[in-house]
Design a protein around this ligand. Sequence first.
Ligand code: TXA
Ligand code: MG
Length: 351
Amino acid sequence: MVLETQIIRVDEHNIDADLVLKAGEIIRTGGLVAFPTETVYGLGGDALSPEASGKIYAAKGRPSDNPLIVHICRMEDLDHIVKEAPAAAYKLAEAFWPGPLTMIFNKSSVVPYETTGGLDTVAVRFPSHPVARAFIEAAGGYVAAPSANISGRPSPTSVKYVVEDMMGRIDMIIDGGDVELGLESTIIDMTVPRPAVLRPGYVTRQMLEDLLGSVDEDKTMMSNDSTRAPKAPGMKYRHYAPKAELTIIDGAIETVIEYINKETARLKKEGHKTGVIAAEDTVAKYNADICKSIGNRNDERGIARELYRILREFDDEKATVIFSEAFDASGIGQAVMNRLLKAAGHRVIRL
Ligand code: TXA
Ligand code: MG
């Protein structure tokens, strides 16, 4: 079924209340609206409606065992959707909400299994983006939202890519400009005695440990261990991936440059359109068809913001093979390398 998708522009510095109410009304009546958050664009539906969740899976082409995050806009709304929230969760909420942190709780009975992919737990996030907050409030307070991309593609960081993936599939797109952070929220499981990070993000393990003492980490997060199932079901899928085959080349930088240049020269002769993702200080040293700078290699925030846009651009420019330098995996860099590894299907060559 092809829907007529309305696009509205809402300025975060001057929010048009009437437009936001209109968007909220769509959610209240069972429709779908894509909206900006500080991390990536979300694809929203009523979190308490099984039918709306079903529509989200259909619009994304997403397997329905992959649970959705419920977005709230007021701390006091948490109680309604969770069975209990441990004291540690309030500590984290005080420090990081509103913001790019998602916490997993045991769900209350009002949250349908369609929203949680059949799980007894629910993921909750309180985003900081002013447009997201106003929209969630207008929508009734509980908006289920995965990233607003077709399943398997890089999450959209600007409205252009939401339009590309979702036009005709949903009722409305709220254009709030480019997002601020560019990678999805950190996910932490609060249902276990020792909270565990299931997906790395802007809020780093160190930041969480500073507040809670020691925090666990899902062992499958940075590896390709197919004998274990990740606790966040979505992390098992090949994800964030450009259409071209992407390989990460790790090693001393001069050796990496030499290796990639040799490979791209060979692949060009075979008729490939080759691409390279490199830091700004080395990007000029490559001879691929398309060479993109991801910014300063010491600026993890900048790299996080650019990554998905760059992966999407390679699709636009029809690259068929891409090589990427490896980047530092500490702090926020862990989130960057987690997404890059997934985009590469864990193809890494260590020189
Ligand atoms: O920043 C974000 O979190 C963005 C914006 C839109 O808020 N949303 C987002 O949603 O990234 P999505 O659906 O693309 O990723 C949600 C992840 C998936 O890996 C899913 O498996 C996991 O969260 N998840 C959701 N509920 C869960 C639960 N109850 N237990 C474990 N993992 C869960
Ligand atoms: Mg996603």
